[in-house]
Design a protein around this ligand. Structure first.
Ligand code: IMP
Length: 430
């Protein structure tokens, strides 16, 4: 019996999970997504091609591997169809090696409408949602009125769809939302709905499975499985900076409920963090930089959302948040990405503690959103060296290795690999 290895983000997302999954895929038979939906944007680059995946697992470019969209994921059929088409243009036929859980919930056009209505109703307290319908879809799942992929095969699907849609429109009315002016990708709700319904037919052509049985059967057969996380620990619905979070469990615990495996079936937990830190959307981010250095990180790191194009907020690495994520996730191996973005920096800073009032702490406070947090820094000399072409950990500049060793010391977790460019070939294993 094998175990499911897990790969997840330890910060606020956008750590480079897609690329690392793609690099690790040759060592696995099955790649499975277990939570989130098209709010994710996993970028892969190889052979000069750049590709962004939203719902489909990042193992899809390896045609001899099975990719699974687990029950914990939520699917927007039209976005799914667009992804399938974009892959087809690159010569990848996803129908062959992508299985979809019948228990995965569907994002309806009116879930996206409600996302916009909820954000509008929040005024200045907006979450900064990607507006893909994530919150409303998970809300319906928990409220036991959602529609699942498997339901599309039932004779009364359309009837149930219309009932749920009517309920959503009533809610939008109570939120004083102007449905007639609402547009999704430039389309009215009716226009979008027509395309959405047509996209269901593509979804139905995929192998729709009871993925919990499939995954557990694979484990019994000794197959190697990698669970690919989306978003990250600090956006977890329970442990992130609530309410500025996404609506799923992004931590390792989410793998068990999102794929249907027992906790004892979890193997290695590989956590990814950038060598600095970014966040998209609203919410606390203590070591955020509002100065020239922050803009340099944004520009040099191409820190613009892969799903929304929004500029990401940038700052120094946040050790209290990283330790918290390692604790929640049970991280066994660290992967650090993008140190190359800071190649020219004279100095690199590390936030090792928070000062709240007169108290120093390395715990994430319950009042994360409400209190003033002064990040406490330890400074490191920049390595001021181009990293391109480095193939060996020992050949990395000594000053960078000192910085990486400090991350290991602060978290108590060994670094397994460092990624020094967006390209799949530039991952250095330690
Ligand atoms: P939602 O999940 O689209 O509702 O967004 C909730 C919050 O999570 C917002 O601050 C988003 O910017 C953030 N978020 C959601 N998905 C991602 C992601 O894949 N990367 C980074 N941030 C994300």
């Amino acid at each position: 019996m094998t175990k499911v290895d897990v790969l997840l983000g330890l910060q606020w997302g956008d750590e480079g999970k897609g690329k690392i999954v793609d690099v690790l895929t040759p060592g696995y038979d099955v790649i499975a997504r277990f939570q989130g939906g098209p709010n994710a944007g996993h970028t892969l680059e190889f052979n000069g091609i750049k590709h962004v995946l939203h719902i489909i697992p990042s193992g899809i470019f390896h045609t001899d591997k099975i990719n699974v969209i687990g029950n914990g994921v939520i699917i927007e059929p039209r976005i799914f169809l667009q992804e399938v088409q974009a892959l087809a243009e690159k010569g990848v036929d996803a129908t062959k090696n992508l299985y979809v859980s019948k228990k995965a919930h569907l994002i309806l056009p009116t879930h996206r409408l409600l996302d916009a209505a909820n954000e509008q109703a929040k005024g200045n307290a907006k979450i900064g949602s990607t507006l893909k319908g994530i919150g409303p879809t998970y809300t319906d799942k928990i409220a036991r009125c959602g529609l699942r992929v498997g339901d599309t095969l039932e004779f009364d699907f359309r009837e149930r769809y219309e009932m749920l849609k009517a309920q959503h429109l009533r809610t939008a009315q109570t939120l004083m939302f102007d449905v007639n002016s609402f547009r999704i990708d430039g389309m009215t709700l009716e226009q979008y709905e027509e395309q959405w319904l047509a996209s269901l037919e593509t979804l139905k052509r995929f192998q729709l499975i009871n993925s919990e049985y499939f995954i557990n059967r694979c484990l019994r057969e000794g197959k190697r499985i990698l669970a690919e996380g989306a978003q990250a620990a600090m956006l977890d619905i329970d442990f992130g900076s609530y309410p500025f979070v996404t609506s799923s469990n992004t931590v390792t615990a989410g793998v068990c409920s999102g794929l249907g495996i027992a906790p004892s079936s979890v193997g290695r937990v590989m956590g990814i963090a950038k060598a600095y830190c970014t966040r998209v959307g609203a919410g606390p981010f203590p070591p955020e930089l509002f100065d020239e250095t922050g803009s340099r990180l944004c520009q040099l790191g191409h820190e613009f959302g892969a799903t929304t194009g929004r500029p990401r907020r940038c700052g120094w690495i946040d050790i209290p948040a990283l330790r918290y994520a390692c604790m929640l996730d049970g991280v066994t191996d660290l992967i650090i990405t993008k140190p190359d973005v800071m190649n020219d920096f004279e100095q690199v800073r590390m936030c090792t503690a928070y000062k709240i009032g007169d108290t120093l702490t390395d715990e994430i406070p319950f009042e994360y959103n409400a209190v003033e947090i002064k990040p406490q820094y330890v400074d490191f000399a920049g390595w001021q060296q181009d990293l391109s072409g480095t193939a060996d950990y020992a050949a990395l500049p000594e000053k960078l290795r000192t910085y990486l060793a400090a991350i290991e010391r602060e978290t108590g977790i060994n670094i397994m690999a460092v990624s020094i460019s967006p390209d799949r070939k530039d991952v250095i294993f330690k």
